[in-house]
Design a protein around this ligand. Structure first.
Ligand code: F6P
Length: 504
């Protein structure tokens, strides 16, 4: 049980602590590196260039205890209905073999079917499939897209297009590249009702039909937690890959939603991804609170959001293969923790999720880093880099990438005084975290993504919010539907004028 008065006292204690100067911390705390670096599954989490001290860390451990972090974590792995507003369990970890035995067995059953279908397609039972057109949006697109872009760039097995936007330009681009006779249409939607996805799916079927494909529906695979709706739409039962309602959309890449990644990586690769995530699950579950990487990262997130008042956090992937990571994290973190009420419906006690943004290094250095170094905002920065190069060119490429990554972290922290020329001064004392991955294998990427999932959950626990619903997205969808149905009437003058001007 959470202890409300103790929680308030922990926040008060944290806010009362003096904000240290990063540049002094390594001298003041001789064991800083050992205390603030955590290694797990080939990932090095270096949290040492943040303002967390032994004292604030102690207060955060108290906060974790006061919010019943251990109890909430155990409840998730036990399959309890911790998504209270929707009365659902939260069981994405069961997809990688960690959680309630029954749910793990159900997920394993789904995986067995998924594997069979991967084999069947590889064996040519659905024709000479070379192209995979995956339509889905949000959690039904961002995860698979990240996996494929990071791990299957060569695209030797299949040419995959992940089409999410309802803007027909996106679908047309894929259609222009693909041969409809050799295309597998994968419809990914947990609910099988999402407007964008269903419109894209219908247009893809029209495209196949117009091209003379005999049985377009015979080239469709549905990935969904609503199989009845997929059947009603026209997908054959044997080509529906299900997953459980208790797997949230933005946590679903491990389930059948990861099917295009399983095709692109091969089954062994997909399995290694799940194993990497499971290793991180075990770390999150069993590591001491002091050295628990997702929890430590959540302490840091909370410190900057609630104690220092930073409104954003930035993630820079110093690896082209991880260029989609910031977009993936935007949904994971902001859809999970961008809330104004706690799980019990009462107002939150302070800011919730920071705005997640970011980009790719070194490009971002030549665009947004000016503000990070000299702007008036303090933005906690996260660098994600990989020791082993992804390219086979002159090693100078990867070396330059890494020295820039490490150099930026050092520069943000150190700064440089210049009393004679303030425009050329750097305030320094700016925080960063570096996640260094030994090699970008499926196992390591699985561990990295699971780290982010658990960090998001840990943040939710510390803020006492339910990270697993997303009612904030509903109102806009409803209003769009109403405009579609009833036109401009009843809206404000601005909205009416826009509708009339663009839609007539
Ligand atoms: O609108 C938000 C959302 O519900 C996300 O949470 C989800 O990932 C996405 O839409 C897609 O939903 P579905 O998989 O049901 O099509």
């Amino acid at each position: 049980m959470a202890d409300t008065s103790k929680i308030a006292a922990c926040w008060d204690a944290l806010k009362a602590l003096p904000v240290p100067d990063l540049r002094r911390l390594f001298a003041d705390e001789p064991a800083r590196l050992a205390d603030h670096v955590i290694e797990e599954s080939g990932l090095r989490f270096d949290f040492s260039k943040t303002h967390l001290t032994a004292q604030s860390l102690g207060s955060f451990i108290d906060l974790a205890q006061a919010t019943d972090f251990a109890g909430r974590r155990a409840a998730m792995f036990a399959g309890e209905a911790i998504n209270v507003t929707e009365g659902r369990a939260v069981e994405h970890t069961a997809e990688r073999g960690e959680g309630k035995a029954e749910s793990v067995a159900t997920a394993a059953g789904h995986k067995a079917r998924m594997r069979t279908l991967v084999d069947v397609i590889e064996a040519g039972a659905l024709g000479d499939i070379r192209h995979v057109l995956h339509v889905g949006i949000g959690g039904s697109a961002l995860g698979p897209d990240l996996l494929i872009d990071a791990l299957a760039r060569a695209g030797e097995r299949y040419d995959v297009a992940i089409v999410s936007n309802v803007d027909g330009v996106a679908l047309e681009e894929a259609m222009d590249r693909f041969d409809p006779h050799r295309t597998l249409l994968v419809i990914a939607s947990k609910t099988f009702t999402t407007t964008e996805t269903m419109l894209n799916a219908n247009s893809a079927i029209d495209w196949m039909t117009q091209a003379g494909v005999d049985d377009p529906y015979g080239q469709v695979i549905a990935l969904t937690a609503a199989p009845d709706k997929a059947i009603e739409w026209g997908v054959d039962e044997t080509r529906i890959l299900g997953f459980s309602e208790s797997v949230g959309g933005r946590y679903s890449l491990w389930s059948s939603i990861g099917f295009p990644a399983a095709l692109a990586l091969g089954w062994d690769g997909f399995e290694a991804l799940l194993e990497g995530a499971a290793a991180m699950d075990r770390h999150f579950r069993h590591a001491d609170l002091m050295f628990n990487a997702p929890l430590r990262a959540a302490f840091i997130d909370q410190y900057y959001a609630r104690v220092m008042g930073c409104q954003t956090r930035a993630v820079f992937a110093y690896d082209e293969r991880l260029r989609l990571l910031p977009a993936y994290l935007q949904q994971l973190e902001m859809e999970s923790n961008g809330k104004a009420v706690k799980a019990d419906g009462t107002p939150v006690d302070g800011p919730t999720a920071a705005i997640t943004w970011g980009g790719v290094g070194t490009d971002a250095q030549h665009a947004v880093f000016q503000l990070l170094h000299q702007g008036t905002h303090v933005v906690p920065v996260e660098f994600v880099a990989v020791t082993e190069a992804g390219d086979t060119l002159d090693p100078a490429h990867h070396q330059t990438l890494l020295v820039n990554c490490f150099g930026q972290g050092a520069a943000l922290m150190q700064g440089r005084e210049n009393p004679a020329d303030p425009a050329r001064a750097y305030p320094g004392n700016r925080p960063s975290t570096t996640i260094l991955i030994d090699a970008l294998t499926p196992h390591a990427l699985g561990a990295l993504i699971a780290f982010y999932e658990h960090r998001t959950f840990a943040n939710g626990i510390l803020m006492e919010i339910n990270s697993f619903d997303q009612f904030g997205v509903e109102l806009g969808k409803e209003i769009a539907k109403s405009i579609e149905k009833n036109g401009a009437q009843g809206f404000d003058a601005s909205t009416m004028a826009l509708i009339e001007r663009a839609l007539g």
